[in-house]
Design a protein around this ligand. Structure first.
Ligand code: MTE
Length: 371
């Protein structure tokens, strides 16, 4: 395993606020170490002191209340290992180019989060009958000046339908991979919403509002929304929510030089939101033929599955296109083509990775996964 201290670093997609990408080609472990986990923040990190931090629970509840940090730590906890993928991950592959941070393959990571089920906190407050959604608000705020502009200074906020908010996997996390939650990842407390794109996992959580209507905040209408056309209805704008099925190739990386007539270990990860990845297939000839890849380790709900494939590289030098595609337990298969209704989000169609096969090439990496 690579020594974390010698890690070359994250890719800077934006300096201020800090938006950093994990170099996906360096993937070599099931759990992404905290210092390698991508960071997606819309505003500056709010400085929250755990001694004065309070989580307010209000709205349609019998007992509006405030929970302090030590209170939260005393409640029964659970851990959940889940993959967090930003809804804009892989945006750099879209043509024509679309607005937003130009993420490559690394706005995704897999970590073990520990905290208190959101359901336990809601139960303590006593949710009224007729509740529709639970709004989660972060302590970070700012004004968005690029289009679509925000109505002045706003807090980061997202909602969950009550049914998802009450599911046992949704937690208010204070630990990441066994360590105190790092500042950039939401210290002191963040929501973790397994199976949903990362935008639902609100960091620096300070306020929960229980409501009898659908929340239409900036980050689920002007931003993080997509067009959907259910049968028989006119087209409508919906908040981005559940993660799509997707496989990504870590190696070979885009434009990697691979030695002709050799054995190359292709590898990557695949995930399927609230479902389970059941199959990953690989094509090394531009999508004409697909062969099954092998999984490393058993499936674990909400977490990605690492996979590998032994590629006997062609003897003829030239440019080749490799691809991976995943299927899940619900029968979803990664599409080959982009659905334009998704705008700048949910980029889950198969990504062609072009590689150069040459007579001489640097030896492929020899490090194996740590599961
Ligand atoms: N929560 C707050 N308060 N502010 C934010 O900007 N970004 C969201 C989500 N939670 C965000 C937030 C987005 S878009 C993503 S993808 C994830 O946090 C990223 O979590 P990470 O930075 O821990 O990887």
């Amino acid at each position: 395993m690579r020594d974390p201290a010698s890690f070359a670093g994250l890719i800077i997609r934006e300096k201020d606020p800090e938006n950093l990408e994990f170099p996906f080609s360096s993937l070599n472990s099931f759990v992404t170490p905290n210092e390698q986990f991508f960071i997606r923040s819309h505003f500056a990190v709010p400085k929250l002191n755990p001694r004065s931090w309070r989580l307010k629970i209000e709205g349609l509840v019998d007992r509006p209340c405030q929970i302090d940090y030590n209170d939260l730590l005393r409640l029964p906890s659970r851990s959940v290992t889940t993959t967090l993928e930003c809804a804009g991950n892989s945006r750099i592959f879209l043509t024509p180019k679309v607005g937003g941070l130009q993420w490559g393959l690394g706005a995704v990571g897999n970590a073990e989060w520990t905290g208190v089920p959101l359901a336990a906190v809601l139960e303590r407050a006593g949710v009224h009958a007729g509740t529709v959604e639970v709004v989660l608000q972060g302590g970070d705020a700012g004004e968005i000046k690029k289009e679509p502009q925000s109505p002045g200074k706003i807090h980061y906020a997202r909602s969950l339908p009550l049914e998802k908010a009450l599911r046992s996997e949704v937690i208010l996390a204070y630990q990441m991979n066994g360590a105190q939650l790092p500042m950039s990842h939401g210290f002191p407390v963040r929501a973790v919403v397994p199976g949903w794109y990362g935008m639902a996992s609100v960091k620096w959580l300070t306020r929960i509002v229980v409501t009898d209507r659908v929340f239409r905040g900036y980050f689920q209408t002007s931003d993080y929304a997509y067009w959907d056309q259910p049968e028989g209805l006119p087209i409508q704008l919906l908040p981005v929510a559940e993660v799509e099925v997707k496989a990504q190739i870590a190696r070979p990386a885009l434009h990697e030089v691979v030695r002709a007539n050799s054995v190359y270990r292709m590898h990557g990860a695949a995930w399927a939101g609230e479902s389970e990845v059941t199959k990953v297939e690989v094509s090394t000839n531009g999508g004409r033929m697909w062969k099954p890849a092998e999984f490393l380790g058993a499936a674990s709900r909400y977490a990605w599955r690492l996979w590998e494939y032994t590629w006997h590289t062609p003897s003829r030098v030239g440019r080749y296109t490799v691809m991976a595609r995943a299927s899940d337990a619900r029968g979803r298969v990664q599409p080959m083509h982009r659905d334009p209704h998704r705008g700048t989000y949910m980029i889950s169609h198969v990504q062609p990775i072009e590689v150069e096969v040459q007579e001489s090439a640097p030896p492929p990496p020899t490090d194996r996964y740590t599961i």
